[in-house]
Structure formats: structure tokens, C-alpha cells
Design a protein around this ligand. Structure first.
Ligand code: KG4
Ligand code: ZN
Length: 336
């Protein structure tokens, strides 16, 4: 079964065709980075307009290797969560396409899509497992008990991990998008140079908080400026990254060791899963703890249509269909 996946929740217009949830036939991503770079972050209205301009050609390109919409069994589209104006473009387009081609339409939760990106890179991966999902707007630890059943174990109480990388990058004057730039700079720095705080909650071991570490880096940079001390940016980037990656690793491993699972399996997904320090730290910890680790290829960590097509397949198989009044939502729990 071939599913066309359409994704427009943030700053990438993406479409892909995936077979049986696992095999990528096509995967086209048109990023808006150069458009938003000018403003230092995503401007929602500009993002919506850029999606509107790109979505037809991106979808046409994705359909080409599949031989056109006639060879597609269903259209899957991200309808939540994300920037509402951006989501509405994808949902409106997918509805029109499904209607005109008489194909079923399947709504997909964006974060479920991130989890599914691991199925694309690891053909043997099956639930149940623990998923650490770390993106620009979300940081969650989730028990994935089946392809469409989720239970949130914990999440961030303030900023998401990706958001804090982006803010730290802005403090260091690295520009947007900050995560990959922090990653690159951290490689030449000393991660033990500065101690940034790690937050723990005694009553909620799987919850995160990244606002303290964000404030800490802002204060550190201001202090350096006021005292005329030159910032060692690679050291700051490396030390900041270590604080974030350590917390994520520690809690993910704790979750997989605590929750009763037939096999200790951990998935790490979302834009921040591309981070080289996190990949290394979490794979070392997984090995030490006898945990099987599944991280998508770096090319599938950021937003893409293939992950939506993959999850769309599993949603379709479970019987999920969009009604004719399908809408988009800026927020929606992964559990629903
Ligand atoms: O999943 P994603 O593409 O979009 C959302 O659903 O939010 O995640 C984007 C986030 C951004 O905050 C970006 O800075 C971060 O992922 N990111 C990274 C890296 N690549 C992307 N953060 C740290 N290191 C990276 N290599
Ligand atoms: Zn995303």
C-alpha cells in the first residue's frame, strides 16, 4: 500500500510517498530557512505563504516516482500540532487532492510522525518501546505501546530542547536555525569548561525543564559582555549542549529501565535527534544499559513528508479516516 504524506506544520513544505509504512519511494523537502533567516526565526504568516507557493510543486515532484496520484492508496496529512496558518495550507491542499482523486484522507499527528521516522530507518523496529521526542516545539518521553497507542510519561514544563538550542544560538550570535549551528560549534569546544544547571523534579522523574539553562547562558553572555571578557563560543556551545544532552540521556535511559517492556527498546526522534553529541551520549548509555537504540537517519530527523506517510499507513491500517470537515489544530496531545 502506497501513501502520499504531506507536511506543512512549521518551516518545511514536504511531500513523500512511502510503501507499507517502511519503504521510501520519494521524499521531497523544501525548506524555508533562507526566507526566515532574515528575521532570526520563523515568521508564521511568511511560513504560511511560502507553503502556499511550494505545496503544489513539492507534491508533484513526490508523486512522479510513484507514477502519479492514480498509484496512491491514500493521502495522509499533518493536521496537528504546529503553526496554525501553516497547517491549514497542508490540510486544505490534501483535502482538495483527496477529494478530486477520490482517495481516502488520513489525518496524522506531527509528533506521531516523528516517532514513525524511526520505522523508516529501522525495518525491524516494532512497538512497544520508549520514545524520546525532541523537536523545536516538543520534548516528550512517551511509551509507544502500539503503532497508534501512546502514553506520555513526561515532558517539558517550559521550553523544548530544540527551542533552547535555538535561543542559546541567538545569544551566541549564531543565527537561525540555531540547533545545527550549536552542534557544529560545540565540536571544537570543551564541554566541561562551564557548568550549566541540570533540573530534576523529585515527584516527576520524566519531566524536563530547560528555562533555567537558557537563563544561565543569557546571564553568562551578559556577564562576559559587561566585564569585557571575550566569550569562548565553542566552549559555551559545548558546555550548553552537554547540559541538555545529559538530561535527555539520563531521563530516556531511566524511562526504558523503569517501564515494564518485553525488550528494552528506545527510539530518539525529532529535529534534535540529529545532534551529534546527543547521538553519541545516548548510544554509549544505551550500550552500557543493554538498551536497543533506534535513531532515524539524520536526513529523517527534521520535518519531512516520509514520516507522515509512514505514520499515515499505520493510522490507515488502524481504521483512521478524516471526515469531510477535517480541521487543523495548533495543539493536540499525542495520546488522542
Ligand atoms: O522536528 P523539527 O525539525 O521541527 C519541529 O517539529 O519543531 O525540529 C526543529 C528543531 C529546531 O529547534 C532545531 O534547531 C533543532 O530541531 N535541531 C537541532 C539540530 N538539528 C535541528 N538541535 C541540535 N542539534 C542539531 N544538530
Ligand atoms: Zn517536527
Amino acid at each position: 500500500m502506497r501513501i502520499l504524506g504531506i507536511e506543512s506544520s512549521c518551516d518545511e513544505t514536504a511531500a513523500a510517498v512511502v510503501e507499507d509504512g517502511r519503504k521510501i519511494i520519494s521524499n521531497i523537502v523544501r525548506t524555508q530557512i533562507s526566507t526566515h533567516e532574515l528575521y532570526g526565526g520563523v515568521v508564521p504568516e511568511i511560513a504560511s505563504r511560502a507553503h502556499l507557493e511550494a505545496i503544489s510543486s513539492v507534491t508533484r515532484l513526490a508523486l512522479e516516482p510513484a507514477g502519479g496520484i492514480e498509484n496512491i492508496d491514500a493521502v495522509a496529512v499533518t493536521n496537528a500540532p504546529g503553526l496554525i496558518g501553516a497547517l491549514l495550507v497542508g490540510v486544505g491542499f490534501a483535502k482538495g487532492l483527496a477529494f478530486s482523486s477520490k482517495k481516502p484522507l488520513v489525518p496524522v499527528h506531527h509528533i506521531r510522525g516523528h516517532v514513525a521516522s524511526a520505522y523508516l530507518s529501522h525495518s525491524d523496529l516494532k512497538p512497544p518501546f520508549i520514545a524520546l521526542i525532541v523537536s523545536g516545539g516538543h520534548s516528550h518521553l512517551v511509551l509507544v505501546s502500539d503503532y497508534t497507542s501512546y502514553r506520555i510519561l513526561g515532558g517539558t514544563r517550559d521550553d523544548a530542547a530544540g527551542e533552547s538550542f535555538d535561543k542559546a544560538a541567538r545569544v551566541l550570535g549564531l543565527g537561525y536555525p540555531g540547533g545545527p549551528k550549536m552542534d557544529a560549534l560545540a565540536k571544537s569546544g570543551n564541554s566541561d569548561a562551564i557548568h550549566f544547571p541540570r533540573v530534576h523534579f523529585a515527584d516527576a522523574p520524566f519531566d524536563f525543564s530547560f528555562s533555567g539553562v537558557k537563563t544561565s547562558i543569557i546571564n553568562y553572555a551578559h556577564n562576559a559582555e559587561q566585564t569585557g571578557r571575550e566569550l569562548n563560543k565553542p566552549d559555551v556551545a559545548a558546555s550548553f549542549s552537554k547540559a541538555i544532552c545529559e538530561i535527555l540521556t539520563e531521563k530516556a535511559i531511566l524511562a526504558v529501565n523503569t517501564v515494564d517492556l518485553p525488550q528494552k527498546k528506545l527510539v530518539v526522534a525529532g529535529g534534535v535527534a540529529a545532534n551529534s553529541m546527543l547521538r553519541k551520549m545516548i548510544s554509549d548509555a544505551a550500550e552500557k544499559n543493554g538498551v536497543s537504540l533506534y535513531i532515524p537517519d539524520i536526513s529523517l530527523c527534521g520535518d519531512n513528508g516520509a514520516m507522515i506517510a509512514s505514520q499515515g499507513f499505520f493510522e490507515y491500517v488502524s481504521g483512521k479516516r478524516a471526515e469531510s470537515d477535517l480541521n487543523a489544530f495548533a495543539t493536540e496531545s499525542i495520546e488522542l
